[in-house]
Design a protein around this ligand. Sequence first.
Ligand code: ATP
Ligand code: MG
Length: 202
Amino acid sequence: MRRAIFGGSFDPVHNGHVSLASELHKALQLDEVIVMPTGVSPFKKDMKRRPASGADRLEMCRLAFADMHFAMVSDHEISQKGVSYTVDTVRHFHGLYPNDELFLLVGGDMLMSFDRWKSWQEILSLCNLAAVSRERDGTDMDNLEKKAAELRRFGKVIFVKTEPLDISSTEIREKIIKNCDISCYVPQNVVKYILENRLYQE
Ligand code: ATP
Ligand code: MG
């Protein structure tokens, strides 16, 4: 099996996430994409609190990926207490499926910071890294290609050109606070969940 792990805060999950997963599913001929909302991200652990709970982020991911037969939303990291490190998750799935070809899916920002992650060289020894750009204008392409080339000394790094969607969860949370419509950035069933549960409103 060709199996991928796609981690993130997903706070909230948005069309950029859904598009990354479906584009890479197609391009890499993946059999399964494991969508993995993080417990506490090592990079965001100083935020006073997660804007939405683990349970809410998990449920929003389930709704967003409900129609995608290849996507499986996992509570593996959320059900663990404390900071989640990608290396531990990759080790876990590598141990669980030793005969699979494992992939880790990331956006461009995560590719650029990848060599600051805990045990990143071990991650590259256990799985292939697959990345897409997040910038519509393509200004980051050179940097992304350069970084991918650097990382290739340590493992397989695949850069896939897609039509980027310029959206972030941070912008969506800000729009909700300002009462702006988010329905063109977030799947409709997730919009409904956010409104019904009054998420991200101060
Ligand atoms: P935040 O603003 O809270 O950081 P985010 O939109 O960056 O939210 P994350 O949950 O941090 O979303 O990202 C999870 C993964 O999805 C990361 O690998 C990130 O690079 C990728 N990603 C997020 N948004 C996009 C997008 N619009 N296009 C492509 N990849 C994306
Ligand atoms: Mg982010």
